[in-house]
Write a protein that binds this ligand. Structure first.
Ligand SMILES: [Fe+2]
Length: 387
């Protein structure tokens, strides 16, 4: 979780009456809501609304998100060339699911229209990696600006509107479990360790509360699993005057990742950025290459034993790969070797640094391709290691 944060007006003691500021609508209190994780067991935030957050006028079915996985006849490597993804929908409806298991759904999104209505994922934390574009995530916590190469981490049950300034392009991860800072980076006091690849200063939360005081029916599209439900609230839900706690959306920019390098190749866990049950998110950031005079500066071949490995290529030249393009996703599944492409070991010998930027998602459980993923699949990729 990001560090404790407090914005706006909160009472001196929790669970006590937070009275209106003098002159605001006469006598009255703000309505406390406790936003928790893991029931009441883990991180929480306490916020104060103008109106009770429970004023629901109607609850209506709104369909379901269609995710159709395909049964593949063989186990093989994939490259999904999603550079040619057709722009569609809005930042929520335009998501195209590609790789799926019970722990994570990976989608690409290139929206063409503004978000139609407020949205809330009630059963998944979301990590929205901004490949292109900038904008603002609007929530009860206040506006959160984002820019290219930001991971925007949105805790489950956060009602939001993702506003883009112009075009945008994203990789979206929906996590069934909680997305957290890896425990190995935290000291016993909960602070990011000296030597961790990022620090609290690199995590950016909302800077101010913005209160929408609007007694007007407002719809919220709620997703739980694949089901969609449309709630009509009797007021706009972004009416929070203050909050404090550890649960809030935040950004972390991939270019703020401080890579750990060595005399010889370091394994992927040094690039871990976030942790979630069943998968990890890693950042391959621009870095110095290995300094041993005989170092092989691209990763060794390996078979992803008990793991599926997905790389999303963001920017730059990827030293160990030939023929991958920006916005491609490769899936190197469990149990079959992959490694540097022919010629890349020699080509890297004289290099001292790499400018590559990629996001890696390693899962414990096997991933399935969706029907949509097949449209982008490069059938020749498994043979791309032949001279
Ligand atoms: Fe690998």
């Amino acid at each position: 979780m990001p560090p404790y944060r407090k914005l706006g007006s909160v009472p001196r003691k929790r669970h006590t009456a937070h009275r209106h500021e003098p002159g605001f609508r006469g006598e009255g209190i703000y309505y406390e809501e406790v936003l928790t994780t893991a029931g009441f067991g883990r991180a929480y935030t306490i916020c104060y609304h103008l109106r009770p957050p429970t004023r629901v006028r109607t609850v209506e079915p709104a369909g379901a998100v269609a995710i159709e996985t395909v049964a593949e006849p063989v186990l093989r490597h994939h490259q999904l060339r999603t550079l040619k993804l057709k722009p569609t929908g809005d930042p929520v409806s335009g998501r195209v699911p590609l790789l799926v298991n019970d722990d994570v759904i990976m989608s690409r999104c290139r929206p063409v229209e503004p978000q139609r209505e407020l949205y809330r994922n009630s059963t998944a934390d979301e990590v929205v990696f901004i490949h292109r574009g900038r904008g603002t995530l609007h929530t009860i916590f206040g506006p959160l600006p984002f820019r290219p190469f930001d991971y925007v981490v949105i805790p489950r049950c956060t009602t939001y509107r993702l506003e883009l300034e112009g075009d945008g392009e994203m990789l979206v991860l929906e996590a069934a479990g909680n997305v957290v800072i890896p425990a190995k980076y935290l000291n016993a006091d909960g602070q990011l360790r000296l030597g961790a690849p990022y620090s609290e200063r690199d995590l950016h939360g909302p800077q101010e509360t913005v209160v929408v005081d609007r007694e007007q029916d407002t719809t919220v599209l709620v997703k739980d699993g694949r089901r969609l439900t449309r709630y009509t609230m009797a007021h706009h839900p972004f009416d929070v005057v203050g909050w404090d706690g550890l649960v809030y959306p935040f950004t972390f920019n991939a270019d703020d990742f401080e890579p750990i390098t060595g005399t010889v190749h370091q394994p992927p866990p040094v690039q871990q950025t976030f942790d979630a049950p069943g998968f990890v998110v890693c950042t391959f950031a621009p870095r110095m290459l290995d300094t041993h005079p005989e170092a092989i500066k691209v990763p060794y071949a390996h078979s992803n034993v008990q793991a599926d490995e997905v790389l999303y290529y963001v920017r730059g030249h990827f030293g160990s790969r030939r023929g991958v393009e920006e916005a491609s996703l490769t899936l190197h599944p469990r149990g079959v070797p992959h490694g540097p492409h022919p010629g890349t070991i020699v080509a890297s010998r004289s290099m001292t640094r790499t400018d590559e930027l990629a996001v890696m998602v390693d899962t414990v459980r096997p991933l399935a391709l969706t029907r949509q993923a097949l449209e982008f699949d490069d059938a020749d990729y498994p043979y791309s290691w032949m001279e």
